[in-house]
Design a binder for this molecule. Sequence first.
Ligand code: PGA
Length: 242
Amino acid sequence: MARRFIIANWKMNPTNKEEASALAAEVESQLPESQADREVIVCPPFIYLQSVRSVLNKSKLGSQDISCFEGGAYTGEVSGRQLYNMGVGYCIIGHSERRQFIHETSEEIRAKLRTCLDNKMIPVLCVGGGLKASDDEATIRAMVRKQFNEGLDNSPIDVLLVTYEPTWAIGSGRTPDPDHVSRIAAFLREQQDELHVKEMYILYGGSVNSHNASSFRDIDGFLVGGASLDGHEFAEIVRAFK
Ligand code: PGA
């Protein structure tokens, strides 16, 4: 059976542990008893991983980032080993907000992806960019291919999730033409063999909500930001995904 992934990216929300646990509990209570082929993954801020983990049952735990260092004297960093030991199964890597605002480099992204895999977690590699809806598709393909290739180091990967997110669609309430998303997804899939990835899934992210979720086709899931902060709305997206 095909696997599907619906990922909640809470970003820097909420502001305290009680609200984080309550949101996780709301998500859990709203999810259908049997989600069949879909895996739901909740990515809270690091400081809430433990409290959210104790609430999750039908869904899995993910992180929004990972250190590129294995371990040692790196103030403020959280290692792959620490995340794995906390029960994290998936790590978002190379989100455009980190590329843009924290100036994460391709070298760091590649190192993060490697340490994620070395610690038996599944990477969710974000690619995209495109500051304007009018950007032409050839430019987007070139950009996405570059980020995709730069993120991988040619050693074999069992399972990889790749999320296509146009920057202009993130948090804006605007989404690209679903046909454009399908074409980019197909383009990314064409490169799977060349990059030694055994199982690859293509997700879309950027202003996904319960109303537009069913319009996207030929993708394997969503990365959801704003709409994942409402448990009911998020569960509706899980249900709406075809
Ligand atoms: P959004 O965020 O759903 O709020 O647009 C998506 C993301 O940044 O992952």
